[in-house]
Write a protein that binds this ligand. Structure first.
Ligand code: PEP
Ligand code: MN
Length: 637
């Protein structure tokens, strides 16, 4: 049952409710949600709910209708985010786990770990105990395999996961790995589930070959009832009459599970298809279907692999797949999880005031719920301290003064073009450097009062860009509504929330509707769905490294001016082409106080840092002034 606590319950009252339930024989879990705090009480005992309802501090008691309780969405409304070492799974992230089917040797696991990490995988997989269909097939290296897997994980800074097949191995394995994997064949090995659950460690729970979704969630319930709340579900294909693939990937299981459970769910396209060529398309299908990630088998020499060679990707195929996933991430409103996290836990306070007091907040322009806030959350953690700023220049000032650790500023939009304010502010702040980029797909929504319907709307507030980008919808569906330009999109939602007028609506992103307690009247009303905004992450130089070390640097932004003579710009740009450097963007900006003189802003590809240093030296020779604005990892491929 779910025991919903009153808002004002005292700690002593809460303890009393908990011990009352525990004394009756229930397992009690406290879940702090955005709106309510609830206690989940599960177990084999039955009591009259009214006895609990009468306890001081209890608001109401609701039975859980599903057979799985702790795993059910009824008990916990918010998505669970599972931590595996430094990596988080769930929420707005796409997590890619990769590695060989089985650990075969030191050289094999080291080499595969290096290449998958380089391509962007964040968890290393590799079987040490292999449950093979034939007793004559390779059974895995056992504990030696675990040792090698751990070494590879440490060498390339990735948490590791491997399959456990025997309850007797659980304790021994716990010291080598970061996440247990329960294989499809063991999904209903209840003794194993109980033993693994007792460790409290993260578990990747594969769906059984012929398990229904309910049976799968019941297996998760075993793990949770035994002591872990860190469960990630994995759809890996089920047995059907179809023989063209090894199994049948049940993509629809992803949204079904998300409706029934708060646990993150990922997919395994390797075991689902059993065929290398089908792994990439099915990976993308899983991501499009809403999966929180994938687990993929990769091998340096699949033809020589001791198990599952035919379904293992070559490292180059995996790298291409990562590019495709990266391109798809913003379409589904997510970003690829990277390691290490930017901020150590110790300096990541939740409260906005404490964060800005300690200079650990992330500054962005706009009010809460703005698209920029989405970019912040996608880049940092959900619980990072936020510093909403009125103007772009306030963001730069906050970072410059050290009030904010990082700032997030838009640099261009696919429909609206470059945001020149950002370029000009970069030019004015030599102490600030670009450390990263992020992109957000701009999905506009018509947002109104909780009791409003679309037919009530007479006035629509939004940023002029927001109004322009939804013109088709407005002229078709609300031809008589007055459009009123506003300072920003989320600010328009805040404004209509204050107006409390059923005829007033705003156009903004969905997070703004949630933040200001408004209703989305219509989703996705932008004329052109390919509407993306790209952001720069900015920092003071001393804070650049922790961010930059997250992933391989491959891009730089530079600013330069040239002398007023024929061919000067051409000569400067020739340095790029002579060095085989690709330029992805070039803008010119007027220099304040120097009529008809320009600063050039360019973004260029960087393949190695030594080459970049040499390029800077060459550019300095050919330009009147030159500044490297910063190095970062591209999010657009
Ligand atoms: C594996 O991940 O190597 C494996 C054996 O998977 P499954 O249990 O899904 O067959
Ligand atoms: Mn395998």
């Amino acid at each position: 049952m779910i025991v919903i606590l009153k808002q004002g319950i005292t700690p002593a009252e809460k303890d009393k409710v908990k011990s009352f339930l525990a004394d009756k024989g229930f397992i009690v879990k406290e879940i702090v949600g955005q709106q309510d705090t609830v206690l989940g009480a599960v177990g084999t005992v039955h009591i009259d709910a009214r006895t609990v309802e009468l306890l001081p501090g209890v608001s109401s008691v609701v039975p859980i209708s599903k057979p799985y309780k702790l795993a059910s969405r009824e008990l916990k409304k918010e998505d669970t985010v599972v931590s595996v070492g430094k990596v988080k799974i769930g929420g707005n992230r796409i997590v890619v786990m990769a590695g060989p089917c089985a650990v075969e040797s030191y050289d094999q696991i080291m080499s595969i770990a290096e290449s998958v990490r380089e391509s962007g995988a964040v968890v290393l997989r590799g079987g040490a105990f292999k449950p093979r269909t034939s007793p004559y097939s390779f059974q895995g290296l056992g504990e030696e395999g675990l040792m090698l897997l751990k070494k590879a994980g440490e060498a390339f800074d990735m948490p590791v996961t491997t399959e456990v097949v025997s309850p007797g191995d659980v304790r021994m394995m716990a010291s080598y790995i970061d996440m247990f994997q329960i294989g499809a064949r063991n999904m209903q090995n209840f003794e194993l589930l109980k033993e693994v659950g007792k460790t409290g460690m993260p578990v990747l729970l594969k769906r059984g070959l012929s398990a229904t979704i309910e049976e799968w969630l019941m297996a998760a319930e075993y793990l949770m009832a035994s002591g872990t709340d860190q469960v990630v579900l994995c759809e890996r294909g089920i047995r059907t009459f179809e023989k063209a693939t090894r199994n049948t990937l049940d993509c629809s299981a992803i949204p079904v599970v998300q409706k029934l459970s708060h646990l993150p769910v990922i997919g395994d396209p390797s075991h689902a298809t059993g065929i290398r060529d089908m792994v990439a398309p099915m990976s993308l299908a899983l991501i499009a279907g809403g999966a929180s990630g994938i687990i993929v088998e990769v091998h340096d020499h699949p033809e020589k692999a001791l198990s599952d060679g035919p379904q293992s990707l070559y490292p180059s195929q995996f790298s291409k797949l990562m590019h495709d996933i990266q391109a798809m991430a913003p379409v589904v409103g997510k970003s690829l999880e990277r390691i290490p996290r930017v901020l150590p836990e110790s300096i990541r306070p939740k409260e906005e005031e404490t964060a800005s007091a300690k200079g650990t907040a992330i500054a962005f322009q706009g009010v809460r719920g703005a698209f920029s806030e989405l970019a912040v959350r996608r880049t940092f953690d959900e619980d990072v301290g936020l510093m909403p700023c009125h103007l772009f220049s306030d963001v730069f000032d906050a970072v410059s003064r050290g009030d904010a650790l990082y700032g997030v500023v838009p640099v261009e939009n696919t429909l609206g073009g470059t945001i020149y304010d950002t370029l000009d502010l970069l030019a004015m702040h030599p102490e600030i450097t670009v450390v990263g980029e992020q992109q957000v797909r701009v999905v506009h929504n018509l947002i109104g009062q909780k009791d409003a319907e679309i037919g009530d709307i007479r006035k629509v507030y939004s940023h002029p860009q927001g109004l322009a980008q939804c013109r088709e919808f407005l002229s078709k569906e609300l031809p008589d509504a007055e459009t009123i330009p506003f300072f920003d999109t989320a600010g328009a939602v805040e404004h209509i929330a204050e107006l409390k007028d059923r005829s007033a609506a705003a156009i903004a992103g969905a997070p703004a509707a949630i933040y200001y307690g408004m209703k989305v009247l219509r989703q996705g009303i932008e004329t052109d769905a390919a509407n993306y905004t790209r952001f720069f992450i900015i920092a003071r130089e001393e804070n650049a490294e922790p961010f930059r070390s997250r992933a391989k640097i491959d891009k730089a932004a530079v600013l330069f001016s040239v002398s007023d003579e024929p061919g000067a710009l051409l000569n400067a740009l020739k340095v790029f082409s002579d060095n085989g450097v690709n330029m992805s963007k070039l803008e010119s900006r007027p220099i304040p106080g120097k009529p008809w003189e320009y600063l050039f802003f360019a973004e260029i590809g960087v393949s190695d840092l030594a080459g970049y240093e040499a390029l800077i030296a060459a550019m300095k020779e050919k330009t009147a002034s030159f500044r490297s604005l910063g190095l970062y990892t591209t999010v657009l491929k």
